[in-house]
Ligand binder design. Structure first.
Ligand code: NAD
Length: 493
């Protein structure tokens, strides 16, 4: 294998920096020595080359992870593993600006947003570092005399982590931190659009004290490396965040091989505003719920359900609040809305805007691209009113800055509209009535419900979807269980 690190360090003049695969503690070119360019969404320029791995690299990476599983990693106590995670957290804080810069170049998120997000990933490693030696098993009272039964929680083995482009390091961390705390070893397959930050991040693991091979990264495309990774016989569990289509495919492949999965998929989450809500607070919450990261977040509150008595006023205030939001360079601190991360995603959003217009929805704000900005990959924050529940724009995930608004008459109607979706990732409820809050929390089918706030997530608290938004949970104590097998031991004297 050719060493790619030197070529990146040496890259100057016309040569683009190269990011290789990271296997067994070393960054190198892929077996076939193929590379592809990665582009910045703001200027559209190619800024780096990424190794285009193949099934042969999957083999090497999984072998490295498998060797590490039975090597020094398995000899470490849970407390020692925890200390590695804590040291990693410190290194992340130190290197957050550099990692964030790479991530911004690749997915065009706002500088302010990404730096905070990358720094916050450190807290996940701290939390799971602390949790590693606190997973207690139990002694089971049984009906068998003279026999003693207890449980042990054991690492599942080699885990595949497959992630999307919208929050690369953060969404990887949601899986990686609990998997490592559980004692698993890992092969990460980042999105083909945003691989560079993960390759750079992988280099911190040795410094943090992880043996080589515990964390490996293979770069490339879903069909070329994702599928061989999912079906590899030595991979025990797949942690996936991404779209519905890839999620189904991975679930099918995993089922054929009887592997376990954690799937974090899409959403069409409702924001439900009652007539007694603090309107100013609700306007701000609805706006950040849908327009943060240009709407490219799984938990985007993309369906606004608003009580009919305040519908017109609320829409007016929303439009006024968003109308002046500045679109532009994500590095500029005045920018509120950055570019769309990939050309394919840009086209998809513009298609959905046309679909909504064709379905008869009324465009109350936006509805256009902004070809004069950067490389033209910008979509105006867009609000559609006059939307009916069965329209495609009310049912399908756009993954862009597009909000649909529907009025409701009473609580039953709000619940009916909120649950009229195949997704169930999240919901926001805006009301000052405690009785109504409790009732809505119970009736809305979603993995996360925010009341009078939206978007709060933490390493402490489980996150995941109902219905077609996913399987399993990330974050909190629940997440570490996804990476552990339960063994029951029976002992007689
Ligand atoms: P995607 O599904 O196209 O790709 C995600 C990852 O899967 C990429 O690394 C890709 O290479 C890989 N992949 C694609 N096909 C594969 C296959 N057949 N086998 C193995 N791997 C494969 O998603 P995307 O476009 O990168 O991200 C956007 C989607 O992610 C949205 O639908 C969004 O809702 C979802 N998302 C969900 C969450 C969540 O936590 N629920 C968070 C962020 C994004």
């Amino acid at each position: 294998m050719t060493d790619a690190t030197d070529s990146r360090v040496a890259a100057s003049g016309d040569a683009l920096p190269r990011y290789g695969v990271f296997i067994d503690g070393r960054e190198c070119a892929a077996v076939e020595d193929q590379w592809y360019a990665t582009h910045g969404p703001f200027d559209g320029e190619a800024w780096a080359e990424i190794a285009r791995a193949s099934a042969a690299d999957v083999e090497t990476a999984v072998d490295a992870a498998d060797r590490a599983l039975s090597g020094p990693w398995s000899q470490m106590s849970a407390s020692e593993r925890g200390r590695c995670l804590m040291r990693l957290a410190d290194l992340i804080v130190e290197r957050a600006p550099q990692l964030a810069e790479i991530e911004m170049r690749d997915n065009g998120k706002l500088a302010t947003e990404v730096t905070g997000q990358v720094r916050y990933t450190a807290e996940y490693y701290r939390y799971y570092g602390g949790l590693a030696d606190k997973i207690e098993s139990s002694v089971i009272p049984t009906d068998k005399k003279g026999v003693f039964a207890y449980t042990r929680y054991e690492a599942k083995g080699v885990v595949a982590i497959i992630t999307p482009w919208n929050s690369p390091l953060s969404l990887t961390t949601w899986k990686l931190a609990p998997a490592l705390a559980a004692g698993c070893t890992v092969v990460v397959k980042p999105s083909e659009f945003t691989s560079a930050s993960m390759v750079e991040f992988a280099k911190l693991f040795e410094e943090a004290g992880f043996p080589p091979g515990v964390v490996n990264v293979i770069t490339g495309f879903g069909n070329e490396v994702g599928e061989p990774l999912v079906t590899h016989p030595k991979v025990a569990h797949i942690g996936f965040t991404g779209g519905d289509q890839a999620g189904r495919r991975i679930y099918e492949l995993a089922a054929r091989h009887l592997k376990t999965v954690t799937l974090e998929l899409g959403g069409k989450s409702p924001q439900i505003v009652f007539d007694d809500a603090d309107i100013e607070q609700a306007v701000k919450g609805v706006v950040s719920g849908i327009f943060a990261a240009s709407g490219q977040t799984c938990l985007a509150g993309s369906r606004l359900l608003v009580h009919e008595s305040i519908h017109d006023e609320f829409v007016e205030r929303l439009v006024a609040f968003v109308a002046d939001a500045r679109l532009g360079d994500p590095l500029d601190s005045e920018t509120r809305i950055g570019p769309i991360a990939t050309p394919g995603q840009f086209r998809k959003i513009m298609e959905y805007i046309e679909i909504a217009k064709g379905e008869g929805a009324h465009c109350a704000l936006g509805g256009n691209s902004r070809p004069e900005l950067g490389a033209g990959q910008f979509v105006e924050p867009t609000i559609f009113t006059g939307v009916t529940p069965k329209m495609r724009i009310a049912q399908e995930e756009v993954f862009g800055p597009v909000l649909v608004v529907m009025p409701f008459t009473d609580e039953d109607h709000a619940v009916e509209l909120a649950n009229d979706t195949s997704f169930g990732l999240a919901a926001g409820i805006w009301t000052r009535d405690l009785h109504r809050t409790m009732s809505m929390v119970e009736r809305v089918k979603a993995g996360t419900v925010w009341v009078n706030n939206y978007r709060a997530t933490s390493y402490t608290s489980p996150f995941g979807g109902f219905k077609q938004s996913g399987i399993g949970r990330e974050s909190g104590v629940d997440a570490i269980r996804e990476y552990l097998d339960t063994k029951c031991v029976w002992i007689s004297s």
